[in-house]
Design a protein. Structure first.
Length: 316
């Protein structure tokens, strides 16, 4: 009966594993609380390092959303032949408007084009002395904003080759430059993020190395009584994990603070271009990526540092 009770009170393998990790988590949290200044200083350095790529990625997402709103500026002006009357021009515009991927095809007659030119150019009196209207009729084609950029460009190129079209002008060069700039910025963000990830690894690794040196005698005692390397390593791994998570939290707070501080001027700038409301809120996937990156970098730095230095600490 006594043996049965003793066996029943013995924790199972999973319970023992869970108990050991719970104790390690509690011990590392208590240890970090005992040195709040050093803990916050290390977490602040990690937070600043993570905040820069997170902030740049957030800005890049806002710029990408703004460029999507500018797809309406990707349009073609189709100048029709002089022998094409208004009825034929309107019929062609209606036909083009029904094509897949076309948001609008607006027909501007020769008289309308002349009236608009007089109203905006300031050469109204000079144009009055001309015997005939020198301006052609125009169809302004705007692709659907949801259509892919390559598909919209190919469609506009195809329309410029219609037999009714004398010449065409594609308003897309500046938009192509914008997409090229965004591609370069995206690559720069990735490069900066990679470089700063190495910085996070170095910060956490150096902190864990100092912690190992400070606890050298304790590690020797644990090895003397037969503690395994996994048991000794576990608290340091959790320490690196807490550093990474705390730094990620500070990074998100920094990015949110920067967005709040810059929201008004960003909204004013976006309003001038009519492309949206400036900076959006920090996306949930960005927050998850920051926390996952911080936790992974902290754990990896601790794992590498402990593996490198733990083998060199042995009882005399």
């Amino acid at each position: 009966m006594s043996n049965a009770r003793r066996v029943g009170n013995t924790p199972s393998g999973f319970s023992r594993w869970l108990l050991e990790h719970t104790r390690a988590i509690s011990a590392t949290l208590d240890q970090l609380k005992r040195r709040p200044f050093g803990t916050l200083l290390t977490a602040f350095v990690i937070g600043v390092t993570l905040a820069l790529p997170a902030g740049l990625y957030s800005v890049l997402g806002s710029l990408d959303a703004a460029s999507s709103g500018l797809k309406g500026s990707l349009r073609a002006s189709l100048f029709l032949r002089d022998n094409l009357d208004d009825a034929a021009g309107q019929a062609l515009a209606a036909k083009l408007a029904k094509r897949p991927g076309v948001a609008e095809a607006r027909y501007i007659s020769r008289d309308q084009a002349l009236a608009e030119f007089k109203a905006h150019s300031g050469f109204g009196e000079a144009l009055d002395i001309l015997d005939s209207n020198p301006l052609p009729a125009v169809i302004v084609v705007t692709p659907d904003s949801k259509a892919p950029k390559a598909q919209a460009s190919a469609m506009l190129d195809e329309m410029t080759k219609l037999p009714e079209v004398e010449s065409a002008r594609l308003d897309r060069e500046w938009l192509e430059r914008l997409y090229a700039i965004l591609a370069i910025v995206e690559r720069l963000v990735l490069l900066i993020a990679g470089a700063l990830a190495i910085a996070v690894l170095a910060v956490v690794a150096n902190t864990i190395r100092l912690d190992i040196s400070a606890r050298r005698e304790e590690i020797v005692v644990l090895k003397v009584i037969g503690a395994s390397n996994g048991f000794i390593r576990r608290p340091f791994l959790y320490t690196g994990l807490w550093y990474g998570l705390t730094g990620a939290l500070l990074a998100c707070l920094m990015v949110i603070g920067a967005q709040v501080a810059l929201s008004e001027p960003a909204a004013n700038l976006a309003g001038l271009y009519g492309v949206g409301a400036g900076f959006g809120a920090l996306a949930a996937d960005t927050v998850f990526a920051v926390f996952a990156t911080g936790a992974a970098l902290g754990w990896l730095a601790a794992f590498w540092t402990v593996g490198r230095h733990l083998g060199g600490i042995e009882p005399d």
